[in-house]
Design a protein around this ligand. Sequence first.
Ligand code: NAD
Length: 490
Amino acid sequence: MRDFNPDSVAFAKGHFIAGAVIDEPGERLSVARPSDAVDYAELPVASVETVDRAVKDATEAVKRSGWATRPPRERARAMQRWAELIEAKAEELGQLEALGSTRPIAQAVTGDVMGTAEGIRFFSEYADKLGGEVAATRTDHFGMIVSEPYGVVGAITPWNFPLSMASWKVGPALAAGNAIVLKPSELTPFSTVRLAQLAVEAGIPAGIFNVVQGTGAVTGDALSRHPGIAKLSFTGSTRTGIAIMKAAAESGIKPVTLELGGKSPQLVFADADLDKAADCIAGSLIANAGQACVAGSRLIVQRQVADALVAALKSRLAHVAPGPTWKSSTGFAPIISELQARRIDTILARSREQGAELLLGGSRIEGHGGAFYQPTLLAGVTTENAAVREEIFGPVLTIQSFETEEEGFALADHPEYGLAAGVYTADLGRGLRAVRQLKAGTVWINRYSRTLDFILPTGGYKSSGIGKDLGRQAVEANLRHKTVLIDIGA
Ligand code: NAD
């Protein structure tokens, strides 16, 4: 992949409903490029009426196209053609992703786009492997549990990995035989439309994958409340997750999958391979500049190795490669918006007032147009410190130390979040005790990041969420179960 000119990328700026890009008069938003804060497009905000139209068209498409009723291998094949088309268009999709989001072009093409294609391929393979059960009932009856798609499901995605997040919702929904209406983040709206266009080009019927653009307050709320949406899947902040759960309950009870925020611990024991731990911890802070739900943002380190580990982290974090996302040399992402950068400023200021000691970074990287933040290390923090409690969504790591294993596990336990945790130790028994003790949806031992093993589900404990993305669990969440009991005579 090469550098590209951000002013020469062409893309559709509307909603994508029933297989066509649609623009309607009404409210509009300016959308800015995070790399240089230049407004580059206007986005239509789907009204309640436009959302209604998308849901009704999707409902029609399910009936008309036979998406749910045609032989499931056909569904699988259409999704596999879609995955191939995404790969064939990797450069184009990668540019669109890099243009509007925080994803540098090199990572967008090889990571986000290729991962999106592979994820869709993974889910396609479920299409004809779903079945029900025959139940152990009395013998003069025959009992079955049959699984069925919901019909039309809704999804709302965040800005941090727009294509990947969309594929995690659309893949399982479509493999299970549903249609979907998806609202991307208003900060990163355009790559999702291209993804949906490619689905239609690959032979997925028009109206099965629809995109409505707009704000959370108007479009997201309308989607969450629409009675034609039988199930909702959301990825974003815990605060929005609460609003969506409420809206889903108030509008006729629909199941919700919520993938929410995190404040994940990196628990390092003295017997760990410190170089490897430092690589993983620094890598998690640098990846998307810490703007990842699973960012390992709290280091909890056994006291006797704390100084050595902090020195190893400093050397890895001192030099990053910030730059515009359209340069292939860029390795360190911008912060999504000035608003978000100010939020980081505010939490850091509060944390330092509460006694945090700055070991590295702590301010903006100037001279780039967009907002960039230095990798930042904060020591001397208690569990009550703002930087320990709040999800910062930036390259900020707090450092706490402990003496005993028990203290380490206790510090790792966050009062609110439980998304992921990293444990570094050479002692297998201790690693497995950590798995038992840590209240987190994912525990990584001697590593810290996802792999392309889509079979592994992801999701949170506590306020980090309900339900799972990825894995078989994500497909099952897109199905409901019907009990059948037949009197077959004595
Ligand atoms: P956000 O909650 O601000 O927005 C997410 C989406 O919800 C956007 O599309 C937004 O328009 C929409 N929205 C906002 N208010 C809404 C409302 N009232 N009704 C319906 N929709 C509404 O989150 P964000 O800033 O885009 O993303 C960052 C957050 O996402 C972080 O908290 C991060 O941890 C979380 N996240 C979680 C996971 C996970 O798998 N658990 C993955 C990625 C991001």
